[in-house]
Design a protein around this ligand. Structure first.
Ligand code: CO
Length: 645
């Protein structure tokens, strides 16, 4: 229907007025809705058609896609990019780069940043959207230079954050954003992005912000909003009225929730106006239908814990989309989902103590996980390695100074020194590429492999072992097929109707719980897993010869999700078993079998929720045995090592 004369925005759009759209379906879309699990095999069938749509760019890489690829999908992120580049011949490919943090969770040395950008540009990235979690522009210096050198587009980014309900206040006011925008333009950015990772940008604030920024800077302005609070479509509309140049949207199946507004809805809303993007919505319906068809393979990752697809609580706790999905799944694993409200309450307090950084990767993880640990184990009883580095200044300068008491606590005994630095963080970091290539020798075959290792030493090395056939990847990194989904559905139907074909099928269909028993043998408590009738009996989590993993103990019970004490006696002979306080991966041991240890000694580093946690001894004794070799995943309460007194 023609809408001529209906509003000031009616009339045929000319190419200068048209709003441009970046599609995020293959990066932020699935990162925000499906914990980044969407696989290349489901992208390829529609890649060429997506290329035909006429998007300003396709965001396909960066953020968590790198990490999840090597950790959970057994998919080489470099290969994914190369495969996409073959199919996107017209549309520029875009990535999200965390400035000096690249696609990892700490600041890396300059040489690694240069190598990474160079490789990414060569593999197919045309537009680098660069942000820094602290909005510390010193963290852009090296990547900007490297992008320029590769002849690619630099998009400087401001992470949008608030301390109040609206734009303004002491920290995140109009002047803050204006100064940041000017600084980024001066540093040579080709465009500017406002990145509203938690969906906090109010429509009328967006109108004002875009108007002010469009006045102040000459480079194009792009807006990236998350739908989390339910405001993003309205925010886009007001930003479009104020003259924003580009908006980020996703195909409908991966839109809304904690993701972006849907591209189809935005097109429909702007139809017949001066800013009509003039994209073929019918083609998009078809592409959306493909995503909808394969999406059930990933349904386990969709957060279905609430009725509402929006989270009004985000206005208070300010957790960005990707972080929210992770936090929920991590709390679930720690069997502490019931503490989520406590975590929401703790978060703003922890954040203020850490100098009020915007909440975006990696600060969202750093603050989020520290808040989780403050809730589960007591405030700053367990401080992650990342919070220590942060307090030292290795992430950059937060908007406000850190709480001195917390900083002191975090830096007590910190190996680099107890006095924090004030220079650009990366100036403190020795070149690391050569060292990484030395360490990865014999397994890494090229620069891209070395970068995988350098960014993720443990998970990266494990991935390279899978890649080159030195180790079989576990079952759970394999893709689910639609046939399996169909079977699952049929099984569920039969469980619901109680229509089993045999007793053994009944056992199977009722799931793992039917095969796990708690038994007492000789006064000790065992958790026993029975494989099948006539099969062997296995003791969970331990070798088959030494059956003790959990002794029934008053303290071992879960109390509001609080982890039990780490070391507990397992027998009268004075043996203590150190268990994992949370699920994670053992990174390294600082002791070996036979070592004497005292209370407080660092025993091992456990990576949990992507944070390094120092696990210390709380008994004196000698390390009798190490149960889990480094690089292995552990469940909560799984035995890690045994200390004998
Ligand atoms: Co985003």
């Amino acid at each position: 229907m023609e809408r001529e004369g209906m509003s000031a925005y009616s009339g045929k759009s000319n190419s200068a007025d048209r709003i441009k759209i970046t599609d995020t379906t293959f990066r932020d879309g699935h990162q925000s809705t499906l914990a980044t699990r969407f696989r290349l095999e489901d992208i390829i069938p529609i890649a060429e058609e997506m290329d035909e749509i006429g998007f300003h760019s396709m965001e396909v890489w960066g953020g968590a896609t790198f990490d999840v690829g090597i950790r959970y999908l057994n998919e080489d992120p470099w290969e994914r990019l190369t495969e996409l580049k073959k199919r996107f011949r017209k549309t520029p490919l875009q990535m999200l780069l965390r400035g000096q943090n690249l696609v990892g969770y700490r600041n890396y040395a300059d040489d690694l940043v240069e190598k990474f950008v160079e490789e990414a540009a060569e593999a197919g990235i045309d537009i680098f959207r660069v942000f820094d979690a602290l909005n510390d522009e010193r963290n852009f210096e090296t990547s900007f230079k490297a992008i320029k050198k590769s002849g690619k587009h630099i998009q400087g980014t401001i992470s949008y954050s608030l301390t109040e309900q609206r734009l303004g206040g002491e920290v995140f006011n109009m002047n803050y954003y204006l100064e940041k925008a000017k600084a980024i333009e001066e540093m040579g950015a080709d465009s500017l992005c406002i990145k509203d990772m938690a969906g906090l940008l109010n429509p009328y604030d967006a109108y004002e912000l875009v108007s002010v920024l469009k006045e102040a800077i000459d480079i194009p302005l792009q807006l990236h909003c998350h739908y989390t609070s339910g405001m993003a479509s309205m925010t886009y509309l007001k930003a479009i009225e104020a003259g924003v140049d580009v908006i980020d949207c996703s195909l409908a199946p991966f839109a809304l929730r904690t993701s972006q507004p849907s591209v189809e809805s935005m097109i429909a809303a702007l139809r017949g106006t001066k800013r009509d993007p003039e994209l073929d919505i019918k083609k998009l319906f078809k592409l959306g239908a493909h995503v909808e068809k394969v999406a059930p393979k990933y349904r386990d990752y969709l957060n279905t814990t609430r009725m509402s697809v929006i989270d009004t609580g985000v206005i208070k706790h300010q957790i960005p989309g990707g972080m929210l999905t992770n936090l929920v799944s991590q709390l679930k694993q720690a069997e502490a989902l019931d503490r989520i409200e406590d975590v929401y309450r703790e978060l703003p307090i922890t954040r203020m103590e850490l100098g009020c950084p915007p909440l975006v990767t990696p600060t969202s993880q750093i603050i989020g996980i520290q808040a989780v640990q403050n809730v589960l184990f007591g405030r700053y009883k367990m401080i992650t390695g990342q919070v220590k580095d942060y307090a030292y200044g290795l992430y950059g300068r937060p908007p406000l100074p850190m709480d001195e008491k917390v900083r002191k606590k975090a830096l007590k005994g910190y190996p680099k020194g107890e006095k924090p630095i004030t220079c650009r963080a990366a100036d403190m970091i020795e070149p690391e590429f050569e060292k990484a290539s030395e360490m990865a020798k014999g397994i890494a075959k090229n620069t891209r492999d070395i970068l995988i290792y350098a960014l993720y030493p443990t998970a990266g090395l494990r991935f390279l072992r899978w890649k080159y056939g030195l180790e079989d990847p576990p079952e759970d990194v394999k893709a689910k097929t639609m046939d399996e989904i169909k079977k699952e559905d049929e099984m569920m139907e039969r469980v619901k109707s109680g229509n089993y074909e045999s007793i053994s099928e009944e056992r199977e269909l009722k799931g793992a719980d039917a095969r796990n028993f708690n038994v007492y043998v000789g006064g000790e408590y065992f958790n026993v897993e029975v494989e099948e009738i006539g099969g062997k009996v296995k003791f969970k989590g331990m070798g088959e010869t030494e059956p003790i993993i959990k002794k029934k103990n008053k303290r071992s019970g879960k109390k509001n999700g609080v982890a039990r004490k780490e070391t507990e006696p397992v027998s009268k002979s004075g043996e203590f078993v150190l268990t994992a306080p949370m699920p994670g991966m053992v990174l390294e041991y600082n002791v070996k079998e036979g070592d004497k240890v005292s209370v407080g000694d660092l025993l091992l580093t456990l990576e949990a929720m992507k944070m390094r946690n120092s696990i210390t001894a709380n008994v004196n004794g000698v390390v009798k045995s190490i149960r889990v070799p480094p690089g292995n995943s552990v469940e909560k309460n799984q035995a890690l090592l045994i200390i004998v007194q």
